[in-house]
Design a protein around this ligand. Structure first.
Ligand code: ATP
Ligand code: MG
Length: 447
């Protein structure tokens, strides 16, 4: 993309309404625009990152064997009357009446609708195990929407639902989700720690929340610092293997890590003092096993091997796709702007032309732009007439992890400059070498 033809409405001033750094930078970098409290337009740069995050979530869900579908945002109230949640859900549910006086609602989650789909089409244990998921807009009429996309009213969520014959099978689905979530967050450059949590209005027994540590997080968390040493890395895992998934769950949940709702002071005090941590975190996902709560209420049964009908065991599993943009920025920024991890960056590399209009410099930039594009990378070429300082400030603010600076002086010596946004370190090299280096850096992220 050439910046002169892009739509990047960068703000010079810091918007007064933004209280936390991710919200400030998302507004300043022209990623989002608020349209009403907790409701945002996603401007091109923000939309690009949202899509990158969404793609990673899709890839990892499908790697785990989960099947994508798409349910609508609007739902009939009658489904929720069957489960009893139409009355229970309260003020957070946005209720709508259509022209025929039918009660509708903008879905805050989809347990009821997915259970309805299941009961309409599945009747035998032979069709199990089954996990269906979608990524769709949700609406919750939060009493205090704040912090930009972190706590919106309209927000984008991946929600998946497993259907299994037995509790044992459903717990495998739970473990499988935990493993796939670990991989998902790591691909986004995030450490998200699974913490024992409280099940809240969805109801159920087993649940973990995934938290990204950040001072601005809304949850208070208590953990053994040893959990932060764990990484999933690039290990291969067979998602059908009960032992392997169980093993990963045990490894990642054996150390104390809890939210304030489930915190146990006596247990916490058994951790050696130097490893006890009280901190704040951003909830970026949650997994639940809730058994037959919805399948019993809504008649989602299958015929078992013995011919008897039994309600299926279910769980639901959510990832806060739009909240993740805020969480990533909270975890990765400096005083100049965002620092995108390579896995989610909107453009792979910025090209800064230091002397727009200089024949040799323009030609070198064009050559670079074309070669990077041909290599399957997305460069953002600042081909505007802005002075160098302004170009650098914009690149730093929007946070592309790599920048190639091209100017007449370097070109005389046959070099351009490759700069890391994270470390600020620059290296001079030939144009060809810069292209090769950028390709090498992104090779692990190119699907
Ligand atoms: P919270 O406790 O933050 O209100 P929740 O536990 O009610 O969230 P879930 O039902 O578990 O949310 O939804 C799954 C994920 O969706 C959450 O882990 C979170 O990342 C995201 N999410 C929930 N509410 C919002 C919101 N208002 N804005 C943005 N993301 C949200
Ligand atoms: Mg939750």
């Amino acid at each position: 993309m050439r910046l002169s033809r892009y739509f990047l409405p960068v703000l010079k001033e810091t918007p007064a309404e933004a209280q936390i750094v991710s919200h400030r930078y998302m507004l300043r970098a022209g990623m989002i625009k608020q349209q009403a409290a907790g409701i945002y337009s996603w401007l091109p740069l923000g939309f690009k990152v949202l899509r990158k995050i969404e793609n990673i979530v899709h890839e990892e869900q499908q790697r785990a064997g989960h099947i994508p579908l798409l349910m609508p945002t609007l739902q009939p109230a009658d489904l929720w009357r069957e489960s009893g949640r139409y009355d229970d859900y309260g003020e957070e549910m946005l209720r709508i009446r259509d022209r025929h006086d039918r009660d509708m609602l903008y879905g805050p989650t989809n347990e009821e609708m997915i259970t309805d789909i299941f009961r309409s089409h599945v009747s035998s244990y032979k069709d199990l195990p089954l996990t269906l998921y979608h990524i769709q807009w949700k609406f919750r009429d939060e009493i205090r929407p704040r912090f930009g996309v972190m706590r919106g009213r309209e927000f984008y969520m991946k929600d998946g639902y497993n259907f299994d014959l037995t509790k044992e099978d459903a717990l495998h689905a739970y473990n499988r989700h935990l493993v796939s979530y670990l991989r998902t967050y790591e691909r986004m450059g995030l450490q998200a720690i699974p913490m024992r949590a409280d099940s809240g209005p969805i109801g159920g027994d087993d649940t973990h929340e995934f938290l990204v540590l950040a001072e601005t997080g809304e949850s208070e968390v208590f953990y053994d610092s040893a959990v932060t040493d764990l990484t999933f890395g690039d290990r291969e895992i067979d998602y059908d293997s009960v032992e392997q998934c169980q093993g990963v769950l045990e490894e990642f949940t054996s150390k104390y890590a809890r939210t304030d709702e489930t915190h146990d002071e006596a247990l916490f005090n058994q951790i050696p003092e130097e490893r006890r941590r009280v901190a704040r975190g951003i909830e970026v996902g949650q997994i639940f096993y809730f058994g037959t709560k919805y399948s019993e209420a809504m008649g989602a049964e299958v015929q078992g091997p013995d011919g008897k009908k039994v309600p299926v065991h279910m769980g639901s599993h959510g990832i806060g796709v739009s909240r993740l943009l805020g969480a990533i920025i909270e975890a990765s920024h400096d005083d100049k702007g965002i620092i995108w991890p390579e896995g989610v960056t909107p453009f792979h590399v910025g090209i800064v032309n230091l002397r727009q209009g200089d024949e040799a410099t323009d030609a070198a930039c064009e050559q670079l732009y074309k070669a990077l594009t041909a290599a399957g990378l997305e460069p953002l070429y600042d081909d505007t007439n802005e002075r160098a300082g302004g170009k650098f400030a914009t690149m730093d603010l929007i946070g592309l992890p790599w920048r190639i600076t091209v100017g007449p002086r370097g070109l005389k010596n046959g070099v351009v400059e490759l700069t890391s946004r994270r470390t600020g370190e620059s290296e001079e090299m030939s144009l060809e070498a810069a292209i090769a280096r950028v390709q090498e850096i992104y090779a692990p992220h190119m699907g």
